[in-house]
Design a protein. Structure first.
Ligand code: R5P
Length: 281
């Protein structure tokens, strides 16, 4: 039985369809002091698949409560699907005195589950922070689905770390060159990109990354490409879209922005749930 947190209802419903499993009834309350209480009133299954993108502090609490609620209701196996793992980019202490936040939340989430699946974490190594088995799922191939028919496309990663995602998206689309920028981040909102190598003149460019957060990376890449490319499309697995990210992309001249439903946004043009379903079967 699939059990959805409030932030992951579309993803959980797509997962239920892909696995042909029922979707549990849930109810959400908030007490006058601000505390959450999530429950599963009629849960009745051996295996619970709790689905929760940990996008906020409340979402972390909701995931822990759902894990506990299904155990209380008799589940003998609890699988936790984290479509987007929040805090994953805090994967080390960058300054003395800082926490390894990804490890702290992974440990907490491990306490109520038998195993974890998460989609394209920023670094694969965060899966080692869980105290239970954690598998990672690559949903970059899904990003080819919403693209229109492209003219002589080039799939470009905004940094070397995302070049595998660009390869995967190109392979799923079926044709095209791949390339990547080199990126230096000076601050959250200040990113410097060195030019890519492929000639994009009069060709369609598709940028592929794991996350769009502030939009600094992608807006910078779009600005570079827009001088020569016919159209520039932006795709990402996790559409965080913090602050003015959408405005930055629009001002840079993007043709369209597509993400998956690991975080449920207006730009979630395709579901990553089938990729998770394949990994669960
Ligand atoms: C960093 O290496 C990631 O792959 C993304 O490029 C980054 O998190 C995007 O952040 P922003 O949208 O704030 O530039």
């Amino acid at each position: 039985m699939i059990v959805s947190a409030s932030v992951s209802q579309s993803f959980a419903s797509a997962l239920a369809t892909a696995l042909d499993e029922p979707l549990a009834e849930t109810s959400h309350e908030r007490f006058p002091d601000g505390e959450l209480q999530v429950s599963v009133p009629n849960f009745d299954a051996e295996r619970a698949i709790v689905v929760c993108a940990t996008t906020t502090s409340d979402a972390h609490i909701e995931a822990l409560q759902l894990q506990d609620a299904v155990r209380e209701a008799g589940a003998s196996e609890v699988v936790t699907v984290i479509p987007y793992m929040g805090y994953a980019r805090q994967d080390r202490a960058f300054e003395p005195g800082q926490p390894v936040s990804a490890r702290a939340v992974a440990r907490a989430l491990s306490t109520g589950t038998d195993r974890v699946l998460t989609v394209n974490p920023h670094e694969e190594s965060v899966s080692d922070f869980f105290d239970v088995p954690c598998a990672t799922v690559d949903a970059a191939g899904r990003l080819a689905d919403p693209l229109p028919t492209l003219d002589d496309p080039v799939f470009i990663a905004p940094d070397a770390g995302a070049s595998g995602l660009a390869d995967t998206a190109r392979d799923a689309y079926g044709t095209g060159e791949t390339d990547h920028f080199e990126k230096t981040r000076h601050s959250a909102n200040d990113v410097e990109l060195t030019p890519h190598e492929a000639d994009v003149t009069n060709r369609d460019a598709v940028l592929v990354d794991d996350i769009i957060a502030t939009g600094s990376t992608m807006a910078g890449a779009v600005s570079h490409l827009n001088d020569d490319a016919a159209r520039v499309f932006v795709t990402c697995v996790h559409p965080v879209f913090a602050g003015t990210a959408r405005t930055r992309l629009a001002r840079a001249g993007v043709a369209a922005v597509y993400g998956t439903d690991t975080i449920e946004r207006a730009e979630s043009a395709v579901s990553a749930a089938p990729a998770v379903a394949d990994a669960l079967d």
